[in-house]
Design a protein around this ligand. Sequence first.
Ligand SMILES: [Zn+2]
Ligand SMILES: [Zn+2]
Length: 174
Amino acid sequence: MKLQLLPVGKLDDGLLAKLAPALAKTFQVPCELLGSSLDPDFAFHGERQQHHSSEILARMQGLVTPATWRLLGVTAADLYIPILTFVFGEAQMGGPCAVVSLHRLRQEFYGLPKDEAILRQRLLKEAVHELGHTVSLTHCADYRCAMAPSHAVEWIDLKERWLCETCQKKASTP
Ligand SMILES: [Zn+2]
Ligand SMILES: [Zn+2]
């Protein structure tokens, strides 16, 4: 069984290729980049100009195969759930699907110069966080842990890219 990475819409290939080995190490599971992508147009809501992340997760469920340990979608689209203005990502508690958005992880979103290194770090932390939910982890009180909640990008920057010892023990990795 593998952790599979699914591009949701158009993505810069390099991003996922760099994300895969880091996630494989954190979750101690082989990680593969899927060749196909999922077009997220069906989840776009014109009144909000955003994509509904729960609808993307529901569609991803249909792409799960016996080879899937977890399926992580990565998208450039801005995601939301109805009760919030936006989400960095969403996961199915206990698995198997999770999705993360690059949209608000980019420095450019905040009027700052583009920074690929910062983007990659934030993406990794968010990916670990959402995958943490898929292995039934809830939010962690340790602000340095990847499972700490983050409602702003500054909080993501405070976190580490791995799970604290307590979360690691609780995580049901294969
Ligand atoms: Zn969370
Ligand atoms: Zn923790």
